[in-house]
Design a protein around this ligand. Structure first.
Ligand code: AMP
Length: 523
């Protein structure tokens, strides 16, 4: 797909980052040079390249360089701490690690030194732009840390070089994208080249994107929304993708104005933040005529408010890491109905090649209107998890991915979500798995038992709350436990509230009764 975009429209803009623009041919040349540099270090077909960056051009360049060698990218959330990264690295065993300089630390260096990683490349967020926008970018250029190579130097050394052609199959893994699960252990979804191409073309065709469009990249690139809805969609449509490090209202509005962006997909918190900001006018957003939001429930009132302020309707889109982003969405010219069972908006109808059904415990389809688990099949669904047959067998039955989401379909074919079978918490669109937070709490000497749940929150959608019982003889304040977690995990995961209780309610088999903890908070 990328090669055809370069061949058909080499001079058209493909990546914009603050004040700089790279054409398709520029991106091809830089990724070729990086690929040659990687190959020189022994990187070859099937090898893994870990990407630990914000939304910068280097993410896309490195992704393409890995693909040109038949390699696999490992997408790592830039909010993760070295402790969390260590688990992903142990699972995916990359040979090469690309890190933004400001994310690189001595602790991370130690983690990588003790892992499969043989080569560390670091990069500056100030490369590929000259604006030096201090609202989000680091204020100064950080020197290349010892033991690492600078990406731009590596590219300059190999400028003009072209990697040897490699045969890449549609079923080859393109990206390993991590999710978690009930056990708290990371699971690497294997998004193949077919999955990614399907995700990108699904966005392109559903939202009718073409080379006249400009994609605003507000979703993180490490997540499948960024992968399919930004990178692959822009390449498929031969449209430019605008990146600006991380989401910030002021910076995002400047990017919309500068590049007249037409399409975006992001978490609903992005659109809430834009609507709540006094500096955002309808005029500023006037070019943005196609908006999608997914990853978290969308209240109808939020969509109404956004539309009355800015005159543009937010289309719900439902997908998972395992469906390489879109599985259901609201068609461009339609408006999502509100469900009868919930106040929530419908998540849409199956997109293009996706098949979706509602199934019972035995996996059989249930009648229209009846609750069941959503199951998805199609070319965007992953074949499984990286080196994890047990989780693969649990999630995918006869080609149908069991989503863990509970919902129904109405007479007109609209799908609705009403509940989750899985324990996942959705905080600001980010997914938090209670077991991961509980495991950190258990590593504190004072903690006897811990139970973590999601509670409704007006801005974050849900927020993380931990119930903790203490060992005899220990005394600890809730704030100390919050700080303990904050030091050990990504900012979106740590509990915002901790309540110390005498006992954590459990079933006879020792499973935490999360429902009972949740209702305790509501009552
Ligand atoms: P992830 O793998 O991080 O993309 O998370 C996927 C999960 O996010 C799904 O299983 C749903 O629980 C939730 N989700 C995705 N899209 C929506 C949506 N439009 N509305 C409500 N929940 C959603």
């Amino acid at each position: 797909m990328f090669r055809s975009t370069v061949a058909k429209a080499p001079a058209s803009p493909l990546l914009a980052y603050f004040d700089e623009v790279l054409s398709a041919a520029d991106v091809d040349r830089v990724s070729d040079a990086l690929a040659v540099g990687l190959a020189e270090g022994g990187f070859t077909h099937g090898d893994r390249l870990a990407l630990y960056t914000q939304n910068v051009p280097q993410y896309v360049v490195a992704l393409l360089a890995a693909w040109k060698l038949g390699g696999i990218a490992v997408a790592i959330n830039p909010m993760l701490t070295p402790r969390e990264i260590a688990k992903l690295i142990a699972d995916s065993t990359p040979s090469t690690f690309l890190s933004l300089r400001e994310l690189y630390s001595e602790e991370l260096a130690g983690t990588l030194a003790a892992s499969s990683v043989r080569r560390v490349i670091t990069t500056s967020a100030l490369d590929f732009q000259t604006s030096g926008d201090t609202r989000v970018l680091p204020t100064g250029r950080i020197p290349t840390p010892a033991g690492t190579e600078d990406l731009k130097t590596l590219v300059a050394q190999h400028d003009g070089g072209v990697p040897d052609p490699v045969e890449i199959g549609t079923e080859d893994v393109a990206v390993i994208t991590y999710t978690s699960g009930t056990t708290g252990a990371p699971k690497g979804a294997m998004n193949t080249h077919r999955n990614v191409a399907t995700g990108g073309t699904a966005y392109r065709d559903w939202f009718r994107l073409d080379s006249g469009d400009v994609v605003l990249g507000v979703a993180p690139l490490f997540h499948v929304t960024g992968l399919s809805g930004h990178i692959a969609a822009a390449i498929a449509a031969r449209a430019a993708l605008v990146l600006s490090y991380r989401f910030d209202v002021g910076v995002t509005v400047d990017m919309i104005r500068r590049y007249r962006t037409t399409f975006t997909v992001g978490a609903i918190t992005v659109f809430i933040a834009l609507a709540n900001s006094a500096e955002v006018t309808a005029d500023a957003l006037s070019s943005l005529t196609k908006i999608a939001s997914g990853g978290a429930p969308i209240p109808a009132a939020t969509v109404d408010r956004f539309e009355s302020q800015f005159g543009v309707y937010v289309h719900n889109v439902y997908g998972m890491t395992e469906t390489t982003s879109p599985a259901l969405s609201v068609p461009m010219e339609a408006r999502a109905p509100v469900g009868t069972e919930t106040e929530a908006l419908s998540v849409g109808v199956p997109v293009l090649s996706a098949e979706v059904r509602v199934v019972d415990e035995a996996g059989a389809a249930v009648p229209v209107g009846q609750l069941g688990e959503l199951a998805v099949r199609g070319p965007q669904v992953v074949g499984g998890y990286w080196r994890n047959e047990a989780e693969t067998a649990a999630a995918i039955r006869n080609g149908w991915l069991l989503t863990g989401d509970v919902g129904y379909v109405d007479d007109d074919g609209w799908y609705y979500l009403v509940d989750r079978k899985k324990d996942m918490i959705v905080a600001s669109g980010y997914k938090v798995w209670p077991r991961e937070v509980e495991d950190v709490l258990y590593s504190c000497d004072a903690v006897l038992e811990a139970g973590v749940v999601g509670l409704p929150d007006p801005y974050r959608g849900e927020t993380v709350k931990a119930y903790v019982s203490l060992r005899e003889g220990f005394s600890v304040q809730p704030q100390e436990l919050i700080d303990f977690c904050r030091a050990r995990m990504a900012a979106y995961k740590y509990p915002r509230e901790v309540e110390i209780v005498d006992v954590i309610p459990k079933t006879a088999t020792g499973k935490i009764l999360r429902r009972s903890l949740r209702t305790r908070s509501e009552s």
